[in-house]
Design a protein around this ligand. Structure first.
Ligand code: HEM
Length: 413
């Protein structure tokens, strides 16, 4: 065992430059030396072994609501504060995003939303293809572009706008608000950024309410109309709850899907043999996307709160204590993924945990997968000679804690 103290959760964020450079040096150490680690600064246990992480995710009796955690669980509490600070929403609404809800409210809101969203995602491939083609069309003739700003950021926003049913005339504003509300995820935002966030959140919330009213009066072929129809059939969701949860599709889905596409392009360009493999067998696209999610998933951690006394790997955890799950650590556990730090799109191994699991399993996972499965082949087909402009320069990872994505990704065509 090493003499150096074990890393705490803040060392496992981009605040620590060495984590940014290579997250696995610290995660591997934690997994092998103390896989169920009590981090006193965060007031939480940190789990890095796949079996433990999977076990906690699958236990649907555990809590998610930070208000149920013991006072020491400062990181969990901070998540709640971050989400409502500065945003003037009715208390009731602000607290009804499914991510931090427990049953029965979680199931009451999530079930109808999931039913409507999954049905729509199952038939929206042509819409996604159109969005991707349109964005790539704008890049025709460019010798160089930024995969992030010119492609990966644009795709998820336009796709979710089409799914929700945002009117074409409001698309430009919707894009602006969508970028604004993403700032919710940044605990280190400047006061100016907080003002942008608050303005965007208020405008988006007003627009959602307007859209719900408009679709109730005159239904169209979109998710908002589907949800209004489910309400009319008896789904017990208020308009406020609906509005908040439709907005959470943007907050939860845009940056993450952007990063999935960006991380995928980066690792394929860094691993040309894997790109060749995909090009010569396009049916590998699904396992390729799963490997990107495992290898460099966009979300680092999720959390639960013990709803009873637990024993994890021989370590006692008391009711109300917080448990943080390192999804990245679990996805690189050598017990489960042989040679875990190798990017290999033909792996047919155990499923990764990049989307969490159990009752809170990412509701947008089918959509994120679909977008990546469409976007990546379309990009590589349109630009068959795509390469990194500076192949030897270190990648510029964003500094957002608990998310992993690139600030920019400049390529030559
Ligand atoms: C690659 C892209 C994405 C990743 C890596 C990701 C990851 C995650 C993770 C780790 C969770 C927490 C799960 C848990 O605690 O067990 C989550 C929840 C959630 N995600 Fe995603 N997500 C992605 C895309 C999306 C998209 C596209 C949407 C919306 C369309 C979305 C909306 C949500 C929502 C609303 C929740 C809360 C679900 C609940 O608590 O019941 N996500 N996501």
């Amino acid at each position: 065992m090493s003499e150096t103290p074990l890393p705490n959760i803040f060392d496992l964020t981009p605040l620590n430059p060495s984590f940014n450079e290579n997250p696995h040096a610290l995660l591997d150490r934690l997994r092998s030396e103390c896989p169920v680690h009590r981090d006193t600064q965060a007031g939480s246990f940190v789990l890095t072994r796949y079996a433990d992480v999977r076990g906690v995710l699958s236990d649907t009796t555990l809590w998610r609501d930070p208000d149920k955690a013991e006072p020491e669980a400062v990181l969990q509490k901070r998540i709640r504060e971050e989400r409502i600070e500065g945003i003037e929403m009715e208390q009731d609404e602000g607290r009804k995003g499914i991510l931090l809800l427990d049953n029965p409210d979680h199931a009451r809101i999530r079930n109808p939303l999931a039913k409507a969203l999954y049905k729509r995602v199952a038939r929206c491939r042509p819409q996604v293809e159109r969005v991707v083609d349109e964005i790539l069309g704008r890049l025709d003739g460019r010798a160089q572009f930024d995969v992030m700003a010119d492609f990966a950021i644009l795709v998820p926003i336009d796709v979710i706008a089409r799914i929700l049913g945002v009117d074409d005339t409001r698309l430009a504003e919707f894009r602006e608000w969508s970028e604004g509300v993403i700032l919710t995820l940044n605990p280190f935002r400047t006061p100016e950024q907080t003002s942008v966030l608050v303005a965007a959140a208020v405008a988006l919330s007003d627009y959602m309410k307007e859209l719900i009213g408009a679709r109730r009066a005159d239904a169209r072929d979109d998710l908002v109309s589907d949800m209004v129809a489910l309400q009319a059939e008896g789904a017990p969701i208020s308009d406020g709850e609906l509005s908040v949860n439709l907005q959470s599709l943007l907050v939860g889905g845009n940056l993450t899907t952007t990063d999935l596409i960006g991380n995928a392009v980066f690792h394929f360009l860094k691993n040309p043999a894997e790109l060749e493999k995909l090009k010569s067998d396009p049916t590998l696209i699904n396992s390729a996307v799963e490997e990107v999610l495992r290898f460099e998933g966009p979300v680092d951690i999720t959390g639960r709160i013990a709803s009873r006394d637990l024993d994890i790997g021989g370590c006692p955890i008391r009711k109300t204590q917080s448990v943080m799950l390192s999804l990245r650590g679990a996805n690189h556990d050598p017990e489960v993924f042989p040679d875990p730090h190798r990017f290999d799109i033909s792996r047919t191994s155990t499923p990764h945990v990049a989307f969490g699991g159990g009752t809170h399993l990412c509701i947008g996972s089918p959509l994120a997968r679909l977008e990546a499965q469409v976007a990546l082949p379309a990009l590589f087909n349109r630009f068959p000679k795509l390469r990194l402009t500076k192949p030897d320069a270190p990648p510029r990872w964003r500094s957002l804690p608990f998310f992993r994505g690139l600030q920019d990704l400049i390529v030559d065509t």
